[in-house]
Design a protein around this ligand. Structure first.
Ligand code: SAM
Ligand code: DTB
Ligand code: SF4
Length: 324
């Protein structure tokens, strides 16, 4: 069994990414089978509970108030509406319900409202995840007390590239929120985005930052940039699909216990890219035809891929219990 390590250097991670392709994929797949059933994937469902008008300047994000996109801002949803969406997600086969809010850092009243929603969704028997921006220690405790399973907070890219993507917060800000969540026993969902014009070494830098967290984030979402018109990153060259596969494979190897999620950007990916990413160790996806504000692959297209691979979405009654 591959033992997790927490002392990865960027050079070591880069060397993993740069292994000959077949060697990299074989190693990643073998590593995956040590702890995961390759015939099962996790299905999560996203809901944007507060949309747009975000004060951060993330260059990739359609929800930043600085970016002139077509997005219609929406205030925080009411609890009954959130719950109806969660029930629908459960009926559609999702085991995890992820609620996202376009905040830089919510206030205590907003966190209390989200905590109520977390409590109600947890009562449905689903795993809960929220992503609300930066949290204080007290806010993290409120969410933990409400029964929150996961907090999503992405490092997004490497420390040396992040300044070109976001100027309104620091890398350390993000790490602090991850620590605040860990300290109150919330599991971490943290990953990043590829295709923003970063170098391969910078992709290694992102994975290295995640892989030196001890323990590693339980969920690691790898997003392919969705180029949204009106965002500064719209118009970048298309990202090479096999480079995404290499990134997934390296994430699998350097964080052997973590669930790697093939996240945003799947609606522009070929079936073949999906297949290679699953073979490389991705075993979680967002279900349905919508992410937060952008399009997702959709259940019919997913079924067409998963059926060919004899892979099924793990049912709710077989959810993996989280040990604290
Ligand atoms: N405001 C909170 C935050 O930044 O943590 C939560 C919501 S934010 C939309 C969650 C994540 O979505 C970001 O960290 C980023 O990784 C991802 N994301 C946003 N826009 C994206 C895009 N255009 N393409 C790919 N991923 C994107
Ligand atoms: C993550 O890493 N990806 C998800 C989830 N965590 C919150 C969000 C993707 C957002 C894609 C753009 C949008 O839908 O607005
Ligand atoms: Fe705001 Fe999050 Fe989008 Fe950045 S990624 S602009 S913090 S919603």
């Amino acid at each position: 069994m591959t033992k997790p390590r927490y002392d990865w250097t960027i050079d070591e991670v880069l060397a993993v990414i740069e292994r000959p392709f077949h060697d990299l994929l074989a190693a990643a797949h073998a590593c995956h089978r040590e702890r995961f059933d390759p015939h099962e994937i996790e299905g999560a469902k996203l809901l944007s509970i507060k949309t747009g008008a975000c004060p951060e300047d993330c260059a990739y994000c359609p929800q930043s108030a600085r970016n002139e996109t077509d997005l219609q801002p929406e205030p925080l949803m009411d609890l009954p509406d959130i719950l109806a969406k969660a029930e629908q997600a459960k009926a559609e086969g999702a085991t995890r319900f992820c609620m996202g809010a376009a905040w830089r850092s919510p206030n205590d009243r907003q966190v209390d409202e989200v905590a109520e929603a977390v409590h109600a969704v947890a009562d449905l028997g689903m795993e809960t995840c929220v992503t609300l921006g930066m949290l204080t220690d007290r806010q993290a405790k409120t969410l933990a007390d409400a029964g929150l399973d996961y907090y999503n907070h992405n490092l997004d890219t490497s420390p040396d590239f992040c300044g070109e993507i976001i100027t309104t917060r620091t890398y350390q800000d993000r790490l602090d929120t991850l620590v605040a969540c860990r300290e109150v026993g919330i599991s971490l969902c943290s990953g990043g985005i590829v295709g923003m014009g970063e170098t391969r070494r910078q992709r290694a830098g992102l994975l290295q930052q995640l892989a030196i967290l001890n323990p590693h984030p339980e969920s690691v979402p790898i997003n392919l940039l969705i180029q949204v018109p009106g965002t500064p990153l719209h118009g970048l060259p298309e990202f090479e699909p096999l480079e995404l596969v290499r990134t997934i494979a390296a994430a699998r190897i350097v964080m052997p216990e973590s669930t790697i999620r093939l996240s945003a950007g799947r609606s522009s990916m070929s079936e073949e890219t999906h297949v290679l990413c699953f073979h490389a160790g991705a075993s979680s996806i967002f279900l349905g035809d919508r992410l937060l504000t952008a399009d997702n692959n959709g259940d019919d297209a997913d079924a067409a891929i998963l059926d060919q691979l004899d892979v099924s979405v793990r049912p709710l009654d077989q959810r993996v219990s989280i040990e604290s």
